[in-house]
Design a protein around this ligand. Structure first.
Ligand code: C5P
Length: 422
Protein backbone atom coordinates (compact mmCIF):
# COMPACT_ATOMS: atom_id res chain seq x y z
CA UNK A 1 0.00 0.00 0.00
CA UNK A 2 1.48 3.38 -1.00
CA UNK A 3 -0.60 5.78 1.07
CA UNK A 4 -2.04 5.83 4.55
CA UNK A 5 -5.49 7.05 3.47
CA UNK A 6 -7.93 4.13 3.66
CA UNK A 7 -5.51 2.19 5.86
CA UNK A 8 -7.28 -0.22 8.24
CA UNK A 9 -5.57 -0.34 11.59
CA UNK A 10 -6.29 -2.62 14.51
CA UNK A 11 -5.08 -0.72 17.56
CA UNK A 12 -4.31 -2.73 20.69
CA UNK A 13 -4.16 -0.59 23.81
CA UNK A 14 -2.08 -2.01 26.65
CA UNK A 15 -2.26 -1.12 30.33
CA UNK A 16 0.09 1.79 30.95
CA UNK A 17 -0.29 5.44 31.83
CA UNK A 18 0.62 6.31 28.22
CA UNK A 19 -2.68 4.69 27.13
CA UNK A 20 -4.30 8.13 27.17
CA UNK A 21 -2.09 9.11 24.22
CA UNK A 22 -3.63 6.29 22.17
CA UNK A 23 -6.86 8.34 22.11
CA UNK A 24 -4.95 11.06 20.29
CA UNK A 25 -3.52 8.46 17.93
CA UNK A 26 -7.05 7.23 17.13
CA UNK A 27 -8.03 10.80 16.34
CA UNK A 28 -5.02 11.27 14.05
CA UNK A 29 -5.71 8.03 12.16
CA UNK A 30 -9.32 9.12 11.58
CA UNK A 31 -8.31 12.66 10.63
CA UNK A 32 -5.92 11.29 7.99
CA UNK A 33 -8.58 9.11 6.40
CA UNK A 34 -7.67 5.81 8.06
CA UNK A 35 -10.04 3.32 9.70
CA UNK A 36 -9.27 2.17 13.23
CA UNK A 37 -10.75 -0.56 15.39
CA UNK A 38 -9.62 -0.74 19.00
CA UNK A 39 -8.88 -3.73 21.20
CA UNK A 40 -8.64 -2.70 24.82
CA UNK A 41 -6.79 -4.97 27.26
CA UNK A 42 -7.96 -5.41 30.83
CA UNK A 43 -5.01 -3.22 31.95
CA UNK A 44 -5.74 -0.61 29.30
CA UNK A 45 -9.33 -0.29 30.49
CA UNK A 46 -8.03 1.11 33.80
CA UNK A 47 -6.61 4.09 31.92
CA UNK A 48 -9.07 4.75 29.07
CA UNK A 49 -12.68 3.77 28.65
CA UNK A 50 -14.16 1.77 25.79
CA UNK A 51 -16.71 4.58 25.39
CA UNK A 52 -13.97 7.14 24.59
CA UNK A 53 -12.34 4.83 22.07
CA UNK A 54 -15.64 3.89 20.42
CA UNK A 55 -16.60 7.55 20.08
CA UNK A 56 -13.24 8.57 18.63
CA UNK A 57 -12.83 5.56 16.33
CA UNK A 58 -16.53 5.35 15.34
CA UNK A 59 -16.17 1.56 15.59
CA UNK A 60 -17.06 -1.00 18.26
CA UNK A 61 -14.32 -1.64 20.81
CA UNK A 62 -13.34 -5.27 21.51
CA UNK A 63 -12.32 -6.34 24.97
CA UNK A 64 -12.83 -10.02 25.54
CA UNK A 65 -12.10 -13.32 23.95
CA UNK A 66 -15.26 -14.76 25.41
CA UNK A 67 -17.81 -12.65 23.62
CA UNK A 68 -20.16 -15.16 21.94
CA UNK A 69 -21.80 -12.59 19.73
CA UNK A 70 -18.46 -11.47 18.33
CA UNK A 71 -17.36 -15.04 17.84
CA UNK A 72 -20.45 -15.62 15.70
CA UNK A 73 -20.33 -12.35 13.80
CA UNK A 74 -16.58 -11.86 13.59
CA UNK A 75 -14.08 -14.39 14.86
CA UNK A 76 -11.05 -12.97 16.58
CA UNK A 77 -8.80 -14.26 13.83
CA UNK A 78 -10.84 -12.44 11.25
CA UNK A 79 -10.65 -9.27 13.34
CA UNK A 80 -6.88 -9.19 12.92
CA UNK A 81 -6.86 -10.37 9.31
CA UNK A 82 -9.20 -7.62 8.17
CA UNK A 83 -6.62 -5.04 9.20
CA UNK A 84 -3.71 -3.84 7.04
CA UNK A 85 -1.65 -3.21 10.14
CA UNK A 86 -1.83 -4.00 13.85
CA UNK A 87 -0.43 -1.34 16.17
CA UNK A 88 0.18 -2.15 19.83
CA UNK A 89 0.24 1.19 21.65
CA UNK A 90 1.26 1.43 24.35
CA UNK A 91 3.14 -1.86 24.37
CA UNK A 92 3.93 -2.50 28.03
CA UNK A 93 6.86 -4.64 29.22
CA UNK A 94 4.32 -7.34 30.09
CA UNK A 95 2.72 -7.19 26.64
CA UNK A 96 6.12 -7.41 24.89
CA UNK A 97 7.03 -10.39 27.09
CA UNK A 98 3.82 -12.21 26.23
CA UNK A 99 4.21 -11.43 22.54
CA UNK A 100 7.80 -12.71 22.53
CA UNK A 101 6.86 -15.89 24.42
CA UNK A 102 3.75 -16.59 22.34
CA UNK A 103 1.40 -16.40 25.30
CA UNK A 104 -2.24 -16.02 24.29
CA UNK A 105 -4.30 -15.49 27.42
CA UNK A 106 -6.57 -12.64 26.38
CA UNK A 107 -8.08 -11.18 23.22
CA UNK A 108 -5.10 -8.92 22.39
CA UNK A 109 -2.40 -11.58 22.75
CA UNK A 110 -4.53 -14.21 20.98
CA UNK A 111 -5.00 -11.88 18.03
CA UNK A 112 -1.29 -11.16 17.92
CA UNK A 113 -0.39 -14.85 17.94
CA UNK A 114 -2.96 -15.75 15.32
CA UNK A 115 -2.23 -13.02 12.83
CA UNK A 116 -0.22 -12.80 9.64
CA UNK A 117 -0.79 -9.03 9.42
CA UNK A 118 2.26 -6.74 9.97
CA UNK A 119 2.59 -5.66 13.60
CA UNK A 120 4.08 -2.47 15.00
CA UNK A 121 4.69 -2.17 18.75
CA UNK A 122 5.18 1.20 20.43
CA UNK A 123 6.77 0.54 23.82
CA UNK A 124 6.14 2.72 26.86
CA UNK A 125 7.35 1.86 30.33
CA UNK A 126 9.62 2.87 33.18
CA UNK A 127 13.27 3.36 32.15
CA UNK A 128 14.49 0.41 34.22
CA UNK A 129 11.85 -1.87 32.79
CA UNK A 130 12.88 -0.82 29.28
CA UNK A 131 16.60 -1.32 29.86
CA UNK A 132 16.10 -4.62 31.73
CA UNK A 133 17.84 -7.50 29.95
CA UNK A 134 14.56 -9.44 29.83
CA UNK A 135 12.74 -6.65 27.98
CA UNK A 136 15.66 -6.11 25.61
CA UNK A 137 15.78 -9.83 24.83
CA UNK A 138 12.03 -9.79 24.17
CA UNK A 139 12.37 -6.79 21.86
CA UNK A 140 15.20 -8.53 19.98
CA UNK A 141 13.08 -11.68 19.60
CA UNK A 142 10.13 -9.68 18.30
CA UNK A 143 12.27 -7.74 15.82
CA UNK A 144 13.78 -10.99 14.66
CA UNK A 145 10.23 -12.24 14.06
CA UNK A 146 9.48 -9.18 11.94
CA UNK A 147 7.61 -7.02 14.44
CA UNK A 148 8.42 -3.33 14.01
CA UNK A 149 9.30 -2.20 17.54
CA UNK A 150 9.73 1.58 17.70
CA UNK A 151 12.32 3.17 19.96
CA UNK A 152 10.75 4.90 22.95
CA UNK A 153 11.57 8.55 23.59
CA UNK A 154 13.84 9.76 26.33
CA UNK A 155 12.72 12.26 28.95
CA UNK A 156 10.95 12.72 32.28
CA UNK A 157 8.54 9.90 33.09
CA UNK A 158 5.15 9.82 34.80
CA UNK A 159 6.80 7.90 37.67
CA UNK A 160 9.23 10.78 38.33
CA UNK A 161 12.33 9.11 36.86
CA UNK A 162 14.19 10.20 33.73
CA UNK A 163 15.31 8.13 30.76
CA UNK A 164 14.27 6.06 27.73
CA UNK A 165 10.80 4.57 27.90
CA UNK A 166 8.40 7.38 27.11
CA UNK A 167 5.80 6.81 24.43
CA UNK A 168 6.69 8.91 21.36
CA UNK A 169 4.23 11.71 20.61
CA UNK A 170 1.15 10.52 18.67
CA UNK A 171 2.22 12.60 15.62
CA UNK A 172 5.58 10.79 15.58
CA UNK A 173 3.81 7.40 15.83
CA UNK A 174 1.50 8.31 12.97
CA UNK A 175 4.52 9.46 11.01
CA UNK A 176 6.26 6.12 11.62
CA UNK A 177 3.10 4.26 10.53
CA UNK A 178 2.84 6.18 7.27
CA UNK A 179 6.54 5.79 6.54
CA UNK A 180 6.40 2.06 7.23
CA UNK A 181 3.31 1.57 5.15
CA UNK A 182 4.86 3.64 2.36
CA UNK A 183 8.03 1.54 2.64
CA UNK A 184 10.16 4.63 3.08
CA UNK A 185 12.57 6.37 5.39
CA UNK A 186 14.75 3.46 6.39
CA UNK A 187 11.96 1.85 8.39
CA UNK A 188 11.27 -0.81 5.80
CA UNK A 189 11.14 -3.64 6.32
CA UNK A 190 12.12 -3.68 9.98
CA UNK A 191 14.13 -1.14 11.94
CA UNK A 192 17.07 -2.40 13.86
CA UNK A 193 17.72 -1.58 17.49
CA UNK A 194 20.54 0.68 18.67
CA UNK A 195 23.56 -0.53 20.59
CA UNK A 196 22.85 1.84 23.45
CA UNK A 197 20.12 -0.62 24.32
CA UNK A 198 22.76 -3.33 24.45
CA UNK A 199 21.68 -5.69 21.70
CA UNK A 200 22.26 -6.44 18.03
CA UNK A 201 22.85 -3.19 16.12
CA UNK A 202 21.22 -2.21 12.80
CA UNK A 203 23.18 -1.06 9.75
CA UNK A 204 23.99 2.23 11.51
CA UNK A 205 23.97 0.75 15.02
CA UNK A 206 26.58 2.35 17.28
CA UNK A 207 27.02 5.34 14.92
CA UNK A 208 26.29 8.93 15.79
CA UNK A 209 24.61 10.76 12.93
CA UNK A 210 24.33 14.54 13.10
CA UNK A 211 21.70 16.20 10.91
CA UNK A 212 20.91 19.89 10.42
CA UNK A 213 17.54 20.85 8.97
CA UNK A 214 15.33 23.79 8.13
CA UNK A 215 16.08 27.46 7.60
CA UNK A 216 17.72 29.86 10.01
CA UNK A 217 16.16 33.15 11.08
CA UNK A 218 18.52 36.10 11.26
CA UNK A 219 17.04 38.99 13.25
CA UNK A 220 16.96 42.55 11.92
CA UNK A 221 15.02 44.04 14.82
CA UNK A 222 12.80 42.46 17.51
CA UNK A 223 10.05 41.60 15.01
CA UNK A 224 11.76 41.18 11.64
CA UNK A 225 14.17 38.60 10.36
CA UNK A 226 15.88 37.27 7.21
CA UNK A 227 14.75 33.73 6.30
CA UNK A 228 14.20 31.37 3.38
CA UNK A 229 11.58 28.87 2.19
CA UNK A 230 13.16 25.72 3.60
CA UNK A 231 10.57 23.54 5.40
CA UNK A 232 13.00 21.12 7.08
CA UNK A 233 11.11 18.12 5.66
CA UNK A 234 14.10 16.57 3.90
CA UNK A 235 16.37 16.85 6.94
CA UNK A 236 13.70 15.48 9.31
CA UNK A 237 13.15 12.53 6.95
CA UNK A 238 16.89 11.82 6.95
CA UNK A 239 17.00 11.97 10.76
CA UNK A 240 14.04 9.55 10.92
CA UNK A 241 15.65 7.17 8.44
CA UNK A 242 18.98 7.20 10.27
CA UNK A 243 17.22 6.47 13.59
CA UNK A 244 15.30 3.68 11.84
CA UNK A 245 18.63 2.22 10.76
CA UNK A 246 19.78 2.10 14.37
CA UNK A 247 21.92 5.27 14.61
CA UNK A 248 21.98 7.63 17.55
CA UNK A 249 20.71 10.77 15.85
CA UNK A 250 21.13 14.41 16.86
CA UNK A 251 18.90 16.68 14.81
CA UNK A 252 19.67 20.38 14.96
CA UNK A 253 16.62 22.15 13.64
CA UNK A 254 16.05 25.73 12.61
CA UNK A 255 12.57 27.22 13.16
CA UNK A 256 10.16 24.67 11.59
CA UNK A 257 6.74 23.27 12.41
CA UNK A 258 7.58 19.58 12.28
CA UNK A 259 7.21 16.68 14.71
CA UNK A 260 10.41 15.19 16.10
CA UNK A 261 10.82 11.70 14.58
CA UNK A 262 10.70 8.77 17.03
CA UNK A 263 14.03 8.04 18.73
CA UNK A 264 15.73 11.29 17.58
CA UNK A 265 17.30 13.89 19.94
CA UNK A 266 16.36 17.34 18.71
CA UNK A 267 17.98 20.69 19.46
CA UNK A 268 16.10 23.77 18.27
CA UNK A 269 17.99 26.87 17.16
CA UNK A 270 17.10 30.13 15.44
CA UNK A 271 20.22 31.62 13.88
CA UNK A 272 23.18 30.30 11.87
CA UNK A 273 25.53 31.12 14.73
CA UNK A 274 23.38 29.14 17.17
CA UNK A 275 23.26 26.25 14.69
CA UNK A 276 27.05 26.37 14.34
CA UNK A 277 27.47 26.30 18.12
CA UNK A 278 25.01 23.40 18.49
CA UNK A 279 26.82 21.41 15.78
CA UNK A 280 30.17 21.95 17.50
CA UNK A 281 28.73 20.84 20.83
CA UNK A 282 27.21 17.70 19.31
CA UNK A 283 30.58 16.43 18.00
CA UNK A 284 32.06 13.88 17.67
CA UNK A 285 29.85 12.32 15.00
CA UNK A 286 30.52 9.50 12.54
CA UNK A 287 28.32 11.02 9.87
CA UNK A 288 27.07 14.58 9.39
CA UNK A 289 24.31 15.43 6.94
CA UNK A 290 24.02 19.19 6.60
CA UNK A 291 20.58 19.63 5.09
CA UNK A 292 19.81 23.02 6.62
CA UNK A 293 19.39 26.01 4.36
CA UNK A 294 21.58 28.20 6.53
CA UNK A 295 21.28 31.93 5.86
CA UNK A 296 24.52 33.07 4.25
CA UNK A 297 24.27 36.52 5.79
CA UNK A 298 22.97 38.17 8.93
CA UNK A 299 22.25 41.80 9.70
CA UNK A 300 25.43 43.49 10.94
CA UNK A 301 23.61 45.54 13.53
CA UNK A 302 20.53 44.08 15.15
CA UNK A 303 18.39 47.00 16.32
CA UNK A 304 16.98 46.77 19.87
CA UNK A 305 13.75 48.58 19.03
CA UNK A 306 11.40 48.00 16.11
CA UNK A 307 12.56 50.05 13.12
CA UNK A 308 10.06 52.82 12.38
CA UNK A 309 8.94 54.10 9.02
CA UNK A 310 9.90 57.72 8.59
CA UNK A 311 9.78 60.37 5.91
CA UNK A 312 13.48 59.91 5.31
CA UNK A 313 14.90 57.28 2.96
CA UNK A 314 14.32 53.60 3.94
CA UNK A 315 17.02 52.29 6.28
CA UNK A 316 19.94 50.48 4.69
CA UNK A 317 20.37 46.85 5.67
CA UNK A 318 24.04 46.06 6.16
CA UNK A 319 24.89 42.38 6.03
CA UNK A 320 27.79 40.28 7.19
CA UNK A 321 28.64 36.68 6.45
CA UNK A 322 27.56 33.84 8.68
CA UNK A 323 29.89 30.99 9.57
CA UNK A 324 29.80 28.18 6.99
CA UNK A 325 28.96 25.21 9.19
CA UNK A 326 29.64 22.56 6.54
CA UNK A 327 32.98 24.08 5.55
CA UNK A 328 34.04 24.43 9.18
CA UNK A 329 33.26 20.74 9.78
CA UNK A 330 35.22 19.89 6.63
CA UNK A 331 38.25 21.74 8.03
CA UNK A 332 37.85 20.57 11.61
CA UNK A 333 40.10 18.21 13.58
CA UNK A 334 36.86 16.48 14.50
CA UNK A 335 35.68 16.10 10.92
CA UNK A 336 33.05 13.34 10.77
CA UNK A 337 34.12 10.28 8.78
CA UNK A 338 31.41 10.90 6.23
CA UNK A 339 30.50 14.53 5.63
CA UNK A 340 27.52 15.25 3.42
CA UNK A 341 26.27 18.63 2.27
CA UNK A 342 23.24 19.70 0.31
CA UNK A 343 23.27 22.18 -2.52
CA UNK A 344 20.14 24.01 -3.49
CA UNK A 345 20.94 25.62 -6.81
CA UNK A 346 18.89 27.42 -9.39
CA UNK A 347 21.45 27.20 -12.22
CA UNK A 348 24.47 25.08 -13.25
CA UNK A 349 23.35 22.65 -10.56
CA UNK A 350 25.95 19.93 -11.10
CA UNK A 351 29.00 22.10 -11.76
CA UNK A 352 28.25 24.20 -8.73
CA UNK A 353 27.69 21.12 -6.59
CA UNK A 354 30.97 19.49 -7.59
CA UNK A 355 32.82 22.74 -6.92
CA UNK A 356 31.09 23.04 -3.55
CA UNK A 357 32.07 19.49 -2.60
CA UNK A 358 35.75 20.30 -3.13
CA UNK A 359 35.62 23.79 -1.62
CA UNK A 360 33.93 22.65 1.59
CA UNK A 361 35.88 19.38 1.81
CA UNK A 362 32.65 17.35 1.89
CA UNK A 363 32.55 13.70 0.77
CA UNK A 364 29.19 13.96 -0.94
CA UNK A 365 26.90 16.73 -2.04
CA UNK A 366 23.23 16.06 -2.61
CA UNK A 367 22.31 18.60 -5.25
CA UNK A 368 18.84 19.69 -6.16
CA UNK A 369 17.41 22.23 -8.50
CA UNK A 370 15.27 24.63 -6.54
CA UNK A 371 14.36 26.82 -9.51
CA UNK A 372 10.70 26.82 -10.48
CA UNK A 373 9.59 30.13 -9.15
CA UNK A 374 8.29 31.34 -5.85
CA UNK A 375 6.12 28.74 -4.15
CA UNK A 376 6.69 26.03 -6.77
CA UNK A 377 10.16 24.88 -5.88
CA UNK A 378 11.12 21.67 -4.04
CA UNK A 379 11.70 23.88 -0.99
CA UNK A 380 8.70 23.16 1.19
CA UNK A 381 7.30 20.53 -1.21
CA UNK A 382 6.83 16.80 -0.55
CA UNK A 383 9.00 15.52 -3.41
CA UNK A 384 12.59 15.97 -4.40
CA UNK A 385 14.73 15.23 -7.44
CA UNK A 386 18.36 15.02 -6.47
CA UNK A 387 21.79 14.19 -7.84
CA UNK A 388 24.35 12.52 -5.62
CA UNK A 389 27.72 14.09 -6.29
CA UNK A 390 30.69 12.10 -5.01
CA UNK A 391 34.38 11.77 -5.78
CA UNK A 392 33.47 9.06 -8.27
CA UNK A 393 30.99 11.11 -10.26
CA UNK A 394 27.34 12.04 -10.37
CA UNK A 395 24.28 9.85 -9.92
CA UNK A 396 20.90 11.17 -11.01
CA UNK A 397 18.08 9.91 -8.84
CA UNK A 398 14.51 9.99 -10.14
CA UNK A 399 11.98 12.33 -8.56
CA UNK A 400 10.53 10.74 -5.43
CA UNK A 401 9.04 11.68 -2.06
CA UNK A 402 11.52 13.18 0.42
CA UNK A 403 11.05 10.11 2.64
CA UNK A 404 12.32 7.91 -0.18
CA UNK A 405 15.27 10.17 -0.86
CA UNK A 406 16.08 9.89 2.84
CA UNK A 407 15.78 6.09 2.88
CA UNK A 408 18.01 5.74 -0.15
CA UNK A 409 20.59 8.16 1.20
CA UNK A 410 20.70 6.33 4.53
CA UNK A 411 21.20 3.01 2.74
CA UNK A 412 24.13 4.57 0.89
CA UNK A 413 25.52 6.00 4.12
CA UNK A 414 25.33 2.58 5.82
CA UNK A 415 27.05 0.93 2.85
CA UNK A 416 29.79 3.59 2.75
CA UNK A 417 30.45 3.28 6.48
CA UNK A 418 30.71 -0.47 6.11
CA UNK A 419 32.96 -0.33 3.06
CA UNK A 420 35.72 1.86 4.22
CA UNK A 421 34.58 5.44 4.61
CA UNK A 422 35.34 4.39 8.12
O1 C5P B 1 27.12 27.33 -0.14
P1 C5P B 1 25.74 26.79 0.02
O2 C5P B 1 24.89 27.51 0.99
O3 C5P B 1 25.02 26.54 -1.28
O4 C5P B 1 26.02 25.32 0.62
C1 C5P B 1 25.00 24.45 0.97
C2 C5P B 1 25.51 23.46 1.97
O5 C5P B 1 26.32 24.09 2.93
C3 C5P B 1 24.38 22.82 2.75
O6 C5P B 1 24.80 21.54 3.12
C4 C5P B 1 24.24 23.74 3.95
O7 C5P B 1 23.67 23.08 5.06
C5 C5P B 1 25.68 24.11 4.19
N1 C5P B 1 25.85 25.46 4.74
C6 C5P B 1 26.33 25.61 6.01
N2 C5P B 1 26.54 26.85 6.55
C7 C5P B 1 26.30 27.95 5.81
C8 C5P B 1 25.82 27.82 4.49
C9 C5P B 1 25.60 26.58 4.00
O8 C5P B 1 26.53 24.60 6.69
N3 C5P B 1 26.52 29.15 6.34
Amino acid sequence: MESAAGLKILLIIGGGIAAYKSCELVRLIRKNGGDVTCVLTEGGSHFVTPMTLAALSENPVHQTLWDLRNEVEMGHIQLSREADLIVVCPATANMLAKMAAGIADDLATTLLLATDTPVMAVPAMNVRMWSHAATQANVATLREAGVMVLQPDEGPMACGEYGAGRLPEPEAIWDAITRWVGGGAGLAPYPEPTTQDGYQPGPLGGRHVLVTAGPTHEPIDPVRYIANRSSGKQGFAIAAAAAGAGARVTLIAGPVELTTPAGVSRIDVQTAREMHQAVQSALPADVAVMTAAVADWRASDVIDQKLKKSAAAPPALRLEENPDILASLGASDMRPTLLIGFAAETENVLDNAQAKRMRKNADWIVANDVSGGVGQSVMGGADNRVHLVTERGIEDWPEMPKDRVAARLVERIAAAMENGND
